[in-house]
Ligand binder design. Structure first.
Ligand code: NCD
Length: 306
């Protein structure tokens, strides 16, 4: 049973088998046609965000409202007792008395895992440090499945900040369950860390290549997943300045892609995708935000419905 496996919540993309992913993709698909319902009528969701967010928090909150539930929470630690020095563990042990599920975003690596050790209710990891953002990866896969197809042999580029970007780490983990070709595209300084590559290559036998010049493979890609350079995670700001505009996708690039090519981005974007690209039907990052709502409805329904 899926429910039993995820009864502590959604903590890491590593916990997902292909069967689990397909189950959530199916549920996400069903949610596309469910505008609103009273499925979670008596439930309360707590959203605890210790880092900035637009899409993740609002899509979870909207999803909860659309399923008839209620939401409490805070958007910055500045207004919570963390500011007075309270620990994350104590915060969780308090909030669980007021809610049925906690969505947590935190800058600390492993924050959601730690929280789940203390909590009696499910914890949903909405981003912890630079390592994990599993619900983003699920919505990314829902977008690919619905808009392109998750077929064997799919050529997928994952480009930008592969060192600090948590969305790409969780996405790579989920993709390791499928028979697709991955191209990790980044400047030398922002390559995927070896612990992820070792896992993908040695334990999961994923076919991937690392390259720097995306233009060499643009014409064979079905999907390109671009990401923002994660300024807030750099220790050396000079390094950030050197790499911040390393990739800027152009209209000319778009012309060199296949007809069914699709460009994704978890957003926010900075300079890597200029606004003139938005009008192309190949640019689907705003559609992707809509799939985020559907996937989060699916996740909440799964974890919270009786
Ligand atoms: C991402 C995040 O917070 O990791 N945003 C999101 O949830 N869509 C990506 C980012 O901040 O670059």
């Amino acid at each position: 049973m899926i429910k039993d496996k995820f009864k502590k919540g959604i903590i890491s993309a590593r916990d997902f088998s292909r069967e689990d992913i397909e189950y959530f993709l199916e549920k996400g698909h069903e949610m596309i046609s469910i505008e609103s319902s009273d499925l979670l009528k008596d439930k309360i969701l707590a959203t605890l965000f210790f880092e900035p967010s637009t899409r993740t928090r609002l899509s979870f909150e909207s999803a909860m409202h659309r399923l008839g539930g209620k939401v409490i929470g805070f958007q910055t630690e500045k207004v919570s007792s963390i500011k007075k020095g309270e620990s994350l563990a104590d915060t969780i042990r308090t909030v669980e008395n007021y809610s049925d599920c906690i969505v947590l975003r935190h800058s600390m690596e492993g924050a959601a895992k730690l929280a789940s050790r203390f909590a009696k209710i499910p914890i949903i990891n909405a981003g912890s440090g630079s390592k994990e953002h599993p619900t983003q990866a699920l919505l990314d896969l829902l977008t690919i499945k619905e808009e392109v197809g998750l077929f064997d042999g799919l050529n997928m580029g994952i480009m930008g900040d592969l060192k600090y970007g948590r969305t790409v780490h969780s996405l790579a983990m989920l993709l390791s369950n499928f028979n697709i070709n991955i191209y990790f595209i980044s400047p030398e300084e922002l390559k995927m860390r070896s612990r992820y590559k070792d896992y993908l290559f040695r334990q999961r036998e994923v076919k991937f290549k690392e390259i720097t010049n995306y233009r060499k493979i643009l014409n064979i890609l079905d999907v390109l997943y671009m990401t923002r350079i994660q300024k807030e995670r750099f220790v050396d700001m000079e390094e950030y300045e050197r790499v911040k505009n390393f990739y800027v996708f152009s209209e000319k690039d778009l012309e060199n892609t296949k007809d069914n090519f699709r460009l994704l981005h978890p957003l926010p974007r900075i300079n890597e995708i200029p606004p003139e690209i938005d009008k192309s039907e190949k640019a689907i990052y705003f559609k992707q935000t809509r799939y985020g709502l559907h996937m989060r409805k699916a996740i909440l329904a799964e974890l919270l419905s009786e």
